[in-house]
Design a protein around this ligand. Structure first.
Ligand SMILES: Nc1ncnc2c1ncn2[C@@H]1O[C@H](COP(=O)(O)OP(=O)(O)O)[C@@H](O)[C@H]1O
Ligand SMILES: [Mg+2]
Length: 268
């Protein structure tokens, strides 16, 4: 997958142009730019606080940029309200899942269908993707494991029939085996025609699935390329900054996401 040529002459389904976002005095993103082409799995990696969630939330319309633009299918959507972006085909799985804990699994999926477009994804189709769900559809979200909640959050986004799916740290707080199971669903999601923009602290996981990679460090792009074109050393330096890499904070080369990753002490 990572050796595929980017269709750079076609229209990007999503383009972020010179995006700068402030939280009060803090500059969370500085001049971030990239294009995501149809069928790609574009991965943004970066340490805690790098600006990954700010980026996805700004694309979804939940933060207003101080400068820059967001283009969807070549159209400037920077001024559109979040609901309009959702109905246009941008859906997000937010960090920490954010299900309604007192609602059942199925009720949470129905929430996602509120602004749904026409398309292949229905609640039944989500039950085919995650086969354990149907029998558990009346269980409250609060009673589900972290991995089950993450799957439900993905299902909730899919039933909106997005063209672009924004995934914010699917791995957060989950055991590695659960993370792999969740990411194992990606091929079926891509086959349905969805393009994926994901953010991850877990570099190893991101490298496993990404067709294109970009690293953020304190809100700035420090590396960009196909996973096959970047070395572990480059990723490590971009992830931690040159000083951090030189000081040996990187842990294993190629696994800079592992030390201090919140997967430790994780849920089933
Ligand atoms: N709503 C907010 N208000 C103020 N500061 C924020 C807010 N959201 C994020 N930040 C700050 O912006 C920076 C980037 O945060 P975030 O986008 O959550 O990073 P990441 O998702 O990469 O961990 C951090 O320094 C964080 O503390
Ligand atoms: Mg985040």
């Amino acid at each position: 997958m990572s050796n595929a040529t980017r269709p750079e002459n076609g229209t990007a389904v999503l383009e972020v142009r010179d995006l700068t976002v402030h939280h009060g005095q803090l500059r969370a993103l500085s001049n971030v730019s990239f294009r995501v082409y149809p069928g790609e799995v574009y991965a943004i990696i970066g340490a805690n606080g790098a600006g990954k969630s700010t980026l996805l939330r700004t694309i979804a319309g939940l933060h207003h940029p101080a400068a820059g633009a967001i283009l969807y299918d070549g159209e400037d959507v920077t001024g559109l309200r979040p609901e309009r972006r959702a109905t246009a085909g941008i859906a997000m799985v937010p960090e920490g899942r954010r299900l309604f804990p007192s609602l059942t699994l199925e009720e949470n999926l129905k929430v996602g269908a509120t602004f749904a477009r026409e398309g292949p994804w229905t609640i039944e189709r989500v039950y085919e993707l995650f086969t354990w769900m149907k029998d558990r559809r009346n269980q409250r979200a609060a009673q589900m494991s972290g991995g089950e909640q993450q799957a439900t959050a993905i299902g909730r986004a899919l039933v909106a029939n997005p063209r672009v799916l924004l995934l914010d740290e699917l791995s957060l707080g989950l055991a590695p085996v659960v993370v792999q199971r969740i990411y194992g669903m990606l091929p079926q999601i891509l086959e349905s025609g969805v393009t994926v923009l994901l953010v991850e602290q877990d570099v190893t996981q991101a490298l496993r699935v990404a067709t294109h990679l970009q690293c953020l460090l304190e809100g700035r792009t420090t590396l960009e390329g196909r996973p096959s074109d970047v070395t572990a050393e480059q990723v490590e330096a971009a992830y931690f900054g040159m000083a951090g890499a030189a000081a040996g904070q990187g842990g294993h080369p190629g696994h800079p996401g592992q030390p201090g990753h919140p997967g430790e002490g994780s849920e089933p």
